[in-house]
Design a protein around this ligand. Structure first.
Ligand code: SAH
Length: 459
């Protein structure tokens, strides 16, 4: 270890910044955020910096007396001679000094930071590679959600109260762990502080039963794991049990916590692995056992996903839950297939419908679907393709209207088959696309030749 990591308290303390350009301004931001009383010295000082609240700006060349009374110094000029002079004079007076990008002249270095105040993560490579350090920070940025600030502030607010309620230190540690791992934290992270507080009070009464079950209804997107949300990923790595269905791609299931129990409740057409009511009951039962249950669904849970039905049961049973949106098949698949769902030259509106056949027919508002200048996206429509095309023509769409079937959108096995309302049924019969498939109808389909960018690489 070349440097000792510490966090300095500069609140209200006089600090000197030598330099007045862009780099200096960024350093000033950090110092001011930490509450420093800042003196800035440079022959030219950027206007933003000069007028910043709490800054004493001295428009002059650096002189030794500028160091008088200073507790910390940063030199950020582009003149090495000046930087060196600042460094030497500061060190002679035992004032900690940092020279930007010049470790040799520093008595301390500044880390890259991930600010979730009051939670703060600092990164450093000891000057070896600032780029690598920043990349590391970028990685962590995705793992520690923005609203962890809120969580840390919440913990700070209740720290003393928890101490008085849970006096045994070992128990208190477990208590806090269960706060951060469980429903209370989820409530804080989703902005329901009142709910979180109520739950905390409940936990004080019921110290031994602190683990409470909850359900996360999470949209996993159309298949490419890169399209998961940060929150989905976080909950995937937290849940004790994963209840998932056929649409959730294998690589995504693999990303759930290693030791989590995985329950497949997949439904394929006409082959219901588990009826919906049983899934609802299963979620309730698992949560009542105190488990954190991840209900992982393809796309977005609230778009043809029966998410509403599942949480209705949870709500009725008083089980805490949250819903995490996902990228729905229409938007994921359309992007990867190079088909914008709206476009000023082709379509001003877009409809999502389900083409599920009931008793061999499709119960849709055909007049509304057959309007010009709109895009229609059909979920679960492959088996009704012939009916779909015929009905749209019957209700007024030209037989030449472009239409695409996208198989396994966003996945390595993605395949796009295009034609017109007249030709596609035959083409599809020949090409035999495999479920899941999405159907997109409208002029925008023709843009695909220009805009397709995703070229699947079968693995
Ligand atoms: N809740 C999901 C939709 C569930 S309905 C969502 O928001 O995407 C199931 C239908 O979604 C499938 O029949 C198919 O039409 C469509 N679908 C889901 N993922 C797909 C994918 N990767 N490629 C093509 N279609 C997909």
């Amino acid at each position: 270890m070349d440097f000792l990591p510490i966090f300095a308290n500069v609140r209200g303390k006089p600090c000197l910044l030598v330099g007045g350009g862009g780099v200096a301004t960024r350093k000033a931001d950090v110092l001011l955020q930490a509450g420093a009383k800042l003196r800035v010295v440079a022959p030219e000082i950027a206007d933003d910096l000069k007028s910043a609240q709490g800054v004493e700006a001295i428009t002059a060349r650096f002189m030794p007396e500028h160091l008088d009374g200073m507790k910390l110094v940063i030199a950020a000029t582009n003149d090495r001679a000046v930087n060196k002079q600042v460094s030497e004079l500061a060190q002679a007076r035992n004032i900690p000094v940092n020279v930007v990008d010049d470790p040799e002249l520093c008595s301390f270095i500044m880390p890259a930071i991930l600010d979730r105040s009051p939670l703060m993560v600092a990164f450093s490579s000891g000057g070896a590679s600032p780029v690598l350090t920043r990349m590391m920070r970028g990685k962590l940025e995705t793992v520690i959600p923005q609203n962890y600030s809120r969580l840390a502030a919440f913990a700070e607010r209740f720290r003393e109260e928890v101490k008085t309620h849970v006096t045994n230190p070992a128990k208190r540690r477990i208590f806090w762990e269960s706060v951060f791992e469980g429903v209370v934290a989820e409530k804080v992270l989703t902005g329901d502080e009142a709910g979180a507080e109520a739950m905390l009070q409940q936990m004080f009464k019921d110290e031994d039963n602190i683990q409470r079950g909850e359900v996360y209804l999470v949209g996993a997107g159309p298949g490419d794991p890169d399209l998961l949300t940060f929150r989905a990923l976080r909950l995937m790595q937290k849940a004790d049990v994963v209840v998932y269905d056929a649409l959730v791609s294998k690589p995504i299931v693999e990303m759930t916590r290693r030791d989590a129990e995985r329950i497949y409740v997949g439904k394929r057409r006409a082959d219901h692995a588990l009826p919906q009511e049983e899934i609802n009951d299963l979620l309730v039962r698992l949560a009542k056992e105190g488990k954190r249950v991840l209900r992982l669904k393809g796309g977005d849970p609230f778009i043809f996903g029966r998410g509403g039905e599942e949480i209705e049961t949870l709500a009725a049973q008083g089980i805490p839950f949250q819903v995490v949106p996902g990228i729905t098949a229409a938007s994921g698949v359309a992007s990867y297939a190079g088909i914008p769902l709206t476009h000023r030259d082709y379509s001003q509106s877009c409809m999502f419908v389900t083409g599920h056949l009931k008793d061999g027919t499709m119960n849709l508002d055909w007049d509304a679907l057959a309007r010009p200048r709109q895009t229609v996206v059909v979920y679960m429509g492959l088996h009704g393709l012939d009916t779909l095309c015929a009905k749209l023509v019957e209700h007024g769409l030209p037989a030449t209207t472009p239409i695409a079937i996208v198989q396994h959108g966003t996945q390595p096995t993605q395949r796009v088959i295009t034609g017109t309302l007249q030709t596609l049924p035959d083409i599809a019969a020949r090409e035999q696309p495999q479920a899941p498939t999405l159907i997109i109808i409208g002029g925008v389909v023709t843009l695909r030749d220009k805009l397709a960018w995703f070229h699947p690489q079968p693995q």
